[in-house]
Design a protein around this ligand. Structure first.
Ligand SMILES: Nc1ncnc2c1ncn2[C@@H]1O[C@H](COP(=O)(O)OP(=O)(O)OP(=O)(O)O)[C@@H](O)[C@H]1O
Ligand SMILES: [Mg+2]
Length: 178
């Protein structure tokens, strides 16, 4: 059975950077893996996202189901998505036997600074700026970001660069899923 790793953390914490480095390192090790980046999937599934609770429930359930199908087909999966509610990640855990969470931990102020400066391929621009708008639902600002209670892996991205982080993730992964 293939495994799924969910990279969770605040917007701008470094999930995409770490996912990409981890994917590259795994492939160099001859391990097949597919990255599901929610911001890329959203372009197709919710091209005009509202980021409401109702929409997030549907989007995250769909993401968990995609990951389940891939692992059942023998494909390892990295899920790159904030998933501000624990229940989104718990759903994936409940349907995927070999599942683990990678908590990309970073103080909110640094996430905001990084998000403002970065050039991202799929993430929307000005996420934290939009938190000032009425009815905004930015995780960590307007709505809670529920940290994982016992993540299998924690990467402190304020002290660990994405290359070092990827080394740690791959090492732990090899210990967990032999
Ligand atoms: N460990 C790190 N050290 C320093 N800078 C980093 C680190 N990880 C990511 N960054 C930089 O911080 C910025 C935000 O990272 P990234 O886009 O990967 O965040 P994200 O968690 O995927 O955000 P979103 O949820 O909005 O997609 C990028 O410019 C990235 O290069
Ligand atoms: Mg991202």
């Amino acid at each position: 059975m293939a495994w799924a790793l969910w990279f969770t953390g605040l917007p701008g914490s470094g999930k995409t950077a770490l996912s990409k480095r981890t994917m590259n390192l795994l492939r160099r090790n001859g391990i097949r893996v597919k990255v599901l980046e929610l911001d890329e999937i959203r372009r197709f599934v919710t091209p005009n996202p509202r980021y409401t609770d109702e929409e997030r429930d549907i989007v995250y359930a769909s993401l968990a189901y995609m990951a389940k199908l891939l692992t059942e087909s023998g494909m390892n999966v990295i899920i790159d998505a904030t998933a501000n509610r624990r229940r989104y990640r718990d759903l994936a855990r409940s349907i995927i036997p070999d599942f683990a969470e990678v908590f990309v931990r970073c103080p909110l102020e640094l996430c905001m600074e990084r998000e403002r400066k970065r050039i991202a391929k799929f993430s929307p621009k000005g996420i934290y700026d939009r938190s000032a708008q009425p009815s905004a639902t930015v995780p960590g600002v307007n709505v809670p970001y529920e940290e994982p209670l016992s993540p299998e892996i924690i990467i402190d991205s304020d002290r660990t660069d994405a290359f070092e982080g990827a080394e740690v993730v791959v090492k732990r992964l090899k210990e967990m899923f032999k």
